[in-house]
Design a binder for this molecule. Structure first.
Ligand code: SF4
Ligand code: MG
Length: 321
């Protein structure tokens, strides 16, 4: 498998303005030195609690937010700082499916126009050909024929997300960043949308960065999983290793909180003390040391970096040095 996306030491900071002159007085370190890669055709899941930097990571990769530092290599091209025309052109190949299907569709536009918009933006203008292409897309994501002339409010949440997916597919992208694509939906329709995403991946040879806080959703979707805490990836491995042999104390706590239907298998839940510290002022050393049940004195001194401790399994924790 070839690498499609390579992210190296990515940092995305948001300035906090303050005082009379609205100067930058601090930075929210939303993404604070993240590195990973995604192979063509695979799904990398990104998990962590809200505010850990997953969405910002996804948006930075798609260049919806400018990175503060680091490098983004997409399909062999450095896209970290491209602007204007080059960025517009590159955007054909990477699309986003948003969390909230209610907010991400223009209520004043017909579905046919919403889905054909990206095609028009890239120069397709033949009306008949456009309509055919859009009808194909709507059909492919499981929407009825007459959806073309309807408006977003006429559809359920699950159907709206299908519309969002059709729009994302229109330009035949290589990478789709799906940011909590089912978390706003009823549990009963979640698996339908997830299965659709899986089918489309096979049919179109798509690569996914799949962001979610729900560990069972991520498990269903991902080949590999990265666990984020306070702007950092603290562990990354194939799906089974993350679920069956988590190494990082934070991953262990997350996994222990998944309800186990079989009472004979149930393990003790690891309850973390305290709250996630502010990303404006992250702790020194290991970002997790203020809550880690295994923390030692030296954990507050140097920040551990991701190290490969088994083939394909990386963890950032001094316990594995
Ligand atoms: Fe816990 Fe220390 Fe490992 Fe951080 S480096 S996860 S504080 S043991
Ligand atoms: Mg988010």
């Amino acid at each position: 498998f070839k690498t499609l996306l390579e992210v190296k030491n990515l940092k995305t900071y948001y300035p906090v303005k303050g005082g009379f002159f609205r100067r930058t007085v601090a930075n929210v370190k939303a993404v604070d030195d993240v590195s990973f890669e995604i192979k063509k055709g695979e799904t990398l899941g990104l998990v962590g609690e809200s505010g850990c930097g997953k969405s910002t990571t996804g948006r930075t990769i798609l260049r919806l937010i400018n990175p503060t530092d680091g490098q983004i290599i997409f399909d062999g091209k450095d896209i970290t700082n491209i602007q204007g025309r080059a960025l517009r052109e590159a955007r054909k190949d990477f699309q986003m499916v948003f969390q909230d299907p209610y907010a991400s569709l223009n209520p004043m536009q017909m579905i046919g126009d919403i889905v054909s918009e990206p095609l028009k933006n890239f120069g397709k203008s033949n009306k008949k050909a456009l309509k055919e292409e859009v009808m194909d897309l709507l059909n492919r994501v499981g929407l009825p024929e007459d959806a073309y002339e309807k408006y977003a409010h006429e559809f359920s949440g699950g159907q709206r997300q299908r519309i969002g997916i059709a729009r994302a597919l229109a330009l035949k992208p290589k990478l789709i960043v799906a940011d909590e694509p089912v978390s706003a939906l009823d549990v009963s329709v979640q698996s339908q949308v997830l299965n659709l995403l899986k089918e489309l991946q096979k049919d179109f040879g798509l690569t996914y960065l799949f962001i979610a806080h729900d560990l069972s959703v991520v498990k269903h979707m991902s080949d590999r999983i990265g666990v984020m805490y306070l702007g950092n990836i603290v562990e990354i491995a194939d799906r089974n290793s993350i679920y069956n042999e988590p190494l990082h104390p934070y991953t262990q706590a997350l996994i222990s909180a998944i309800p186990e239907p079989d009472p004979r298998k149930s393990k003790e839940r690891i309850v973390l003390k305290g709250d996630v510290p502010s990303p404006v002022n992250p702790p020194s050393g290991c970002p997790f040391h203020t809550r880690c049940p295994m923390a030692k004195e030296e954990c507050s001194i140097a920040k551990p970096t991701l190290k490969e401790v088994r083939p394909g399994h990386q963890v950032a924790c001094i316990l594995y040095n």
